[in-house]
Every structure is written in C-alpha cells, then in structure tokens.
Design a protein around this ligand. Structure first.
Ligand code: BGC
Length: 725
C-alpha cells in the first residue's frame, strides 16, 4: 500500500488539479509518472452502464459491455429484504469490477416526496428508515468487490423539474428527520466510500458547493471522510467548490480543462486567490479511496459479470419485489391448464407485456445481456399445452422518447425541458389507433379463457430530467382496462411502473399485480407469481394515493415551487414531515393502497402481542421490545412483513413513523416468535436548539402492523427520562 501522505507531497499543483476533475466523461486524470491510475466510474443503480467514448456520449458499441440488468431500486426496496439488498449490492459491485470500474454510481436514495418525480423508480421509498436500512446493506455488498458505492444525490434532489437550478427550502427539523437519515445511514453505518452531490440548490448554494451540506453537516458533524463527487455538471463556482465543495468535479461536456476545478482553479491558485492547501484534502481523500480499492496494490479482486449466479439472484429479487394488490376471492394464482384435449387459451394484452425497459430512463439505462419480457415469461411458464396470444391493446405514441436518444446527456445541462403536445396529431393519428387497438382486443376476448392485461408506465414517464404532469395511466389504458373488465370476468391486471398511478377502474378489477421495472428475468418472476410458482411477498414502499389532488405536495401547494426574484425556482417544503404515509395517516386521507401494503397467497395470523421496556440506566440505554407470535394459517409457504411504527408526542410530528420491520418466512402452518427492538434513538426528534437528536419524556404510541393502515396491535409506553443522542 502506498503511503498516501508521501504521494501527496510528490504531486505538483498541476497533477493535483488533474486528480480532482474529470478528464473523461467517467474518469479523472491519472498521474502516470507516479503510477496513479485514473479513477474510473460508471452508472448506475440498475447495472453497469454501457461504454462511451471518453470524450463523447457516443456508445462504443463493441458488444463487450452487455451486463446483468438488475431490478430498479423501487423493485428492490419492495422486497423489504435487507439480505436481498446485500446480494443486489454484491452483484452490482462484482459486475462493476468485472467491467474494470472503481466506482459504481449507485444507489439512488432520495426520498420520494411527490409521486410525480421522474426519477422515483431509481429511488427506494418515501420512508428514510426503509431506505437507509436497504441502502446500507446494498453499499456493503457493493464494496466487498474493491469497488466503491456512490450514494446519490446529496441532498434534497426530490424533483426533476428544473433540477439544475431549483432551490429546496426545507426547515432544519424536516431536513434532519426526513431527508438526511438515509444518507447518514448509508454513509456512516454502511460506510459508502463516495457520495454524489445533487444538482439542485439548498441554503442559497448549489448542493455540490454549499458549505452547509458538504462542510457543516457532512464533514464537521458526521465526520464523513469519503470522497464527494459532483453530479455531472453540478459545479458552478470555482472558489466556493475549492473551499467547501466536492472533491471531484465531473460533467457532461468534453472541455475538461475548462471545468471549474481545472484551469480556472489553477489560475486562482497561481494568483493566490485560493490557497493550494485548499485542494490537498480533496487529493488526499481521492488517493485514500484508491488505496481502499486496492488500486495501488498488485492484488485486486477481478470481479465478473453475466454469470448465472447473478441472473438467478436478480430473478429472486424480482420475485420478492412484485406486489399483489388485489386478489378478490383468491382468483390468483391461475392454473396453467394442462388439459391437452381442451387447451387453456390465454390472451395477453398491453405494450408492457413485450417492452424491454432496460435501455431507457436516463443515466440508469442498462445494455442488458437479455431481457425476459412478461409475454416470454408467461409462454415459457405455460409450455406447449396451452395457447397464449398477444395483442397490444393500446397504442404507444411517444416511442421516440422511450429508449432515449443516444446523446441526451450531452444536452442535459439545459434547464428547460419541455415535451411538445400536438393536439391535431392526437386527434388525427393517435386517437384512431387507440380505438382500433381497443376494438381488436374486445373482438378477441370472447375466444379466451383468461385475459392478462400488462400495462403501466415506461421510461417516457419514469425518466431522468422530467417529472410527470399527472398520475394517470398514459395511452388511454384506463379505458382499455375498464372495457376489458366489462367484457370478461377473467381479467388479471398487471402494472409495471416506477411510480404510483391513479386507478379509476379499481373496483371493477378483482386481480391486480404491481411491480416496478424488475430486471432481466422480470418476465419469469411475473409469470411465477401469476401461476403460483412464487407466493408474492412484495410490499409497497410508497403510498398509492387515490389521485394526485390528494397528495401532500398538492395539498400544501409545495410542488413544483415558484420562480424567485433571483431568477430561479424555489420549492418550499411546507408540508414538512407530512410526506407519504406520514401525511395520509395523520390527516386521515383515504388512499388507494397504503405504504407497506401487499398480499400473499398465504394467510397469516398474529397473536400474543407483548411489550417489554427496560431501562439500563447504568449505560443510558432504553430498550423497548415489541413481540408477537405469527402463524402461517395456510397450506402454502409464504412471507409476511411486520412493520413497527412509533407515534411521537410532539407538535408537528406525524401520527406514525416506521422504525423497524422484519420480513418473516413461514412454512405452511408454521408459527414463529418475532421481536422487534427499539432503542432511545427510535423515539428521538431533532432539537434545533441543541443541534442533536433528543428523546423527551412522554407517552409514545406503538403500532405493529402489516401496512401503515393495517395495524394489528396498538399500545403506548411511557418514557420517563430524557436521552440526548
Ligand atoms: C445523473 C447522475 C448520474 C450522472 C452520470 C447525471 O445526469 O443525475 O445520477 O450518475 O448523470 O451519468
């Protein structure tokens, strides 16, 4: 291992500058003279991105960069399974190293503040505890491979609309209690070696150069000593960045010498405006990172990609990430019908039955080695003794946007994205096609035993750079689902989508499955759930509201913000902690499906609830244990997820906040004892006065349930002393 301090001493000022800015779209400058290689990065959260030219967003296209396409972070989080998050990380890290990368720009962990955010599919949840727990496991998995995770985007990057300039205005309590905890968890507990600054502004500065976030909180309070990488093009000011901002500036343009931490910085150091010592820490941190990654060592893990182990684990993640939302009268699972005299006839309807989603969505796009579509998965599950036909059912009219133009990223620094709407094209071209597709499907339905509709969103909607403008299913799908539900009793609806949609037809549908983008074996996983080879166990990681108007940011008029006199948009988080289920449960707003919700083909019963409270005052430790027995009362093995929420008796606190969860596997009829343990930290709120988390004496509510609304046990406890953390 090199002595990093002595290496630093040998570097000239020019060489130091080379190390702290991009010298390629995904790498900094190496110093050959001293055997310091460049630090090579790659997107992203769903798999290692394809290779681009070093100075141009043109893919190399040499067929050597196909990889495992992993489920989206939303799908992963829907497993509520930290062990799977760890395996997910292992795969991502292993493939990144296998492709010669040093840093994988993942995971994305911003809180889902509004369902409209275009990048929600890349994020995990509306809840910081669920996000933090899973992200921590994921980061650990990645970093076992001599590859660094890069948790992103720090922080408050909660909308894509004007993401390059919008200023998030958040009060300190909300910041500490809702938007920072998952980052703290992933960086400090998980030990993520790098973190990516966000594009947006906070506290009057861009997040990649602001003192408050990067210096005061990250360095001084959290003592984070990893590397802060800018988002691509997120640095705007040389001086500010040199003094407080990121360690490594990256961007989307090939004028590397003009980056703010390149020649402009060099000039200012030469003129004495900025001391050379200001960048020594940045260089030191980057070299230390490289040393951690064994980049100066002759022995380093080689990694590997596209191995069958990765493929089978991503299938398992997809299986557990699929959420069964409705199953009236146990209509599902369907039988595959192996009667050769009278073969079962299944009609699969909908564009998402055949679409691959790997290659879209922005920087998280993946060049998948293969992608099993739901239609293929269903046909493979059925075999030859059944008939399975396909009709599109609805017409996708914005194909061009779906797979992403090759070099969208080259233009991504522009602040104003707008999608052109063309009314006459809609009436003359799109509407007639929709009618024709619907007619074809309705004419065909009587000839089939089962109809499986597979729709939802795609990366024209779940995408970087844009927010959705509504929560409706696009392409007239509501009409198609309604018409199908009128035409047949035998309809199963499957939605593939990265964020919630309104479901005006919900009461007409008895069987509903929902999943986010679920990776290269997603089609197999979906088929296994439909036909019962897998017992669904996914749970929603965000509330599905009834309609957009019901969401907190609409109620508080706190999205997408207002133009300020300073020429950029300001978005005030006036809903404060009232995000997601915290809002709906506090205000008693009915929802379509609550946070944490999901059905199983098994049934479970919980009983014998108990709470024990121990105060080990000698060590200042409070321990509250909530226990129960849980039984699988069905004849099928299954998994249930118990969730423990706490209600804090302080003004402006939500009714309940998730604190612990556990996914429990139970064989048919099996009973297990479950205990969830809380400590004083779980009752704490952030004190602005004392600048730390404090647990105050008082009566605290405890809710144990299977979703934020399905509470099985509610009790309260007294905490009699204060704990400052
Ligand atoms: C995205 C980042 C991504 C980077 C590099 C940016 O546009 O916000 O998440 O890692 O590009 O592709």
């Amino acid at each position: 291992m090199k002595n990093i301090q002595s290496l630093l001493k040998q570097l000239t000022i020019e060489e130091k500058i080379k190390i702290i800015h991009g010298n390629g779209l995904f790498q900094n400058g190496g110093i050959e003279r001293l055997n310091i290689p460049p630090l090579v990065m790659s997107d992203g959260p769903n798999g290692v991105r394809q290779e681009f030219q070093n100075d141009d967003w043109t893919p190399i296209n040499d067929s050597g960069d196909y990889v495992t396409w992993l489920p989206s972070n939303t799908c992963l989080a829907s497993t509520w399974n930290p062990e799977l998050a760890y395996y997910f990380g292992q795969i991502l890290g292993n493939e990144a190293r296998g492709r010669g990368k040093d840093v994988i720009l993942a995971p994305g962990i911003n809180i889902k503040r509004t369902p409209l955010c275009g990048r929600n599919f890349e994020y995990m949840s509306e809840d910081p505890i669920l996000t933090g727990t899973l992200a921590t496991s994921l980061v650990r998995g990645i970093q076992e491979n001599d590859v660094a995770a890069c948790v992103k985007h720090f922080a408050l990057n909660n909308q894509e609309f004007e993401r390059m300039s919008v200023e998030a205005e958040v009060d300190e309590k909300t910041l500490y209690e809702l938007y920072l905890p998952a980052f703290h968890e992933a960086l400090i507990e998980g030990g993520s070696l790098t973190v990516m600054g966000a594009y947006n502004r906070f506290d009057g500065d861009f997040c990649c150069e602001g003192k408050k976030l990067l210096q005061d909180i990250l360095r001084d309070e959290w003592h984070y000593d990893g590397v802060v990488v800018s988002d691509w093009g997120g640095v705007h000011n040389t001086e500010q960045t040199a003094l407080y901002g990121v360690d490594l500036e990256m961007s989307v343009t090939p004028d590397f010498d003009n980056y703010k931490l390149a020649e402009p910085l060099h000039e200012k150091i030469k003129s004495g405006e900025i001391p050379e010592s200001a960048i020594d820490n940045k260089v030191l941190r980057i070299l230390t990172l490289m040393s951690h990654l064994r980049m100066f060592s002759p022995v380093r893990r080689p990694g590997c990609f596209n191995v069958s182990r990765h493929q089978s684990i991503v299938e398992q993640i997809a299986e557990e990430g699929i959420v069964l939302l409705k199953n009236d009268k146990n209509y599902l699972p369907l039988s595959t019908g192996q009667n050769t005299q009278n073969p079962k006839k299944i009609l699969v309807v909908g564009d998402n039955a055949t679409r691959t989603h790997a290659c879209g969505g922005g920087s998280s796009e993946v060049k998948a080695l293969y992608d099993i579509s739901p239609l293929l998965g269903i046909r493979m599950a059925l075999g030859g003794n059944a008939r399975c036909d396909f009709l599109p059912g609805y017409y996708v009219d914005n194909e061009k946007n779906v797979c992403g133009e090759v070099d969208w990223q080259a233009d991504s620094l522009q602040t104003d994205y707008s999608k052109a709407e063309n009314q006459s094209q809609f009436e003359n071209e799109i509407l007639p096609k929709r009618k024709q597709y619907l007619k074809e499907v309705l004419d065909a339905v009587p000839g089939y035993d089962e109809v499986i509709f597979i729709g939802g969103l795609n990366h024209a909607y779940d995408t970087e750079g844009f927010d959705r403008t509504d929560m409706k299913l696009p392409y007239g799908q509501d009409e198609v689902i309604t018409a199908l539900s009128d035409a047949t009793e035998h309809l199963t609806v499957i939605l593939i989508h990265g964020s919630p949609v309104e479901m005006p037809w919900i009461d007409k549908v008895h069987s509903l499955i929902s999943t986010s983008y679920c990776g290269m074996n997603g089609g197999h996983a979906i088929a296994k759930v439909i036909f019962g080879a897998v017992n669904p166990s996914g749970r929603l990681t965000e509330t599905y509201p009834l309609c957009l108007a019901d969401t907190p940011t609409e109620a508080y008029h706190s999205y997408p913000g207002e133009m300020g006199e300073d020429g950029h948009r300001h978005v005030t988080y006036s809903e404060k902690l009232m995000v997601g289920y915290r809002y709906y449960t506090s205000k008693d707003i009915p929802v379509l499906f609550p946070f944490g919700y999901g059905l199983s083909y098994s049934t479970f019963v919980c009983r014998n609830f108990r709470v024990t409270q121990r105060n080990m005052s000698s060590i200042g430790e409070l321990q509250v244990t909530v226990s129960c027995e849980i039984q699988n009362t069905s004849s099928r093995d299954g998994k249930e997820t118990l969730q423990l929420y706490v209600g804090i008796p302080e003004p402006e606190q939500p009714k309940m906040s998730l604190r612990r969860f556990e996914k429990i596997s139970l064989k048919a009829t099996e009973t297990k004892e479950v205990s969830l343990i809380l400590t004083q930290k779980d009752f704490a709120t952030y004190s602005i006065k004392r600048k730390c988390f404090v647990t105050n004496p008082g009566t605290y509510e405890l809710y144990l349930g299977t979703s934020a609304l399905d509470i099985l046990y509610h009790t309260s406890i007294e905490i009699t002393q204060e704990y400052a953390l």
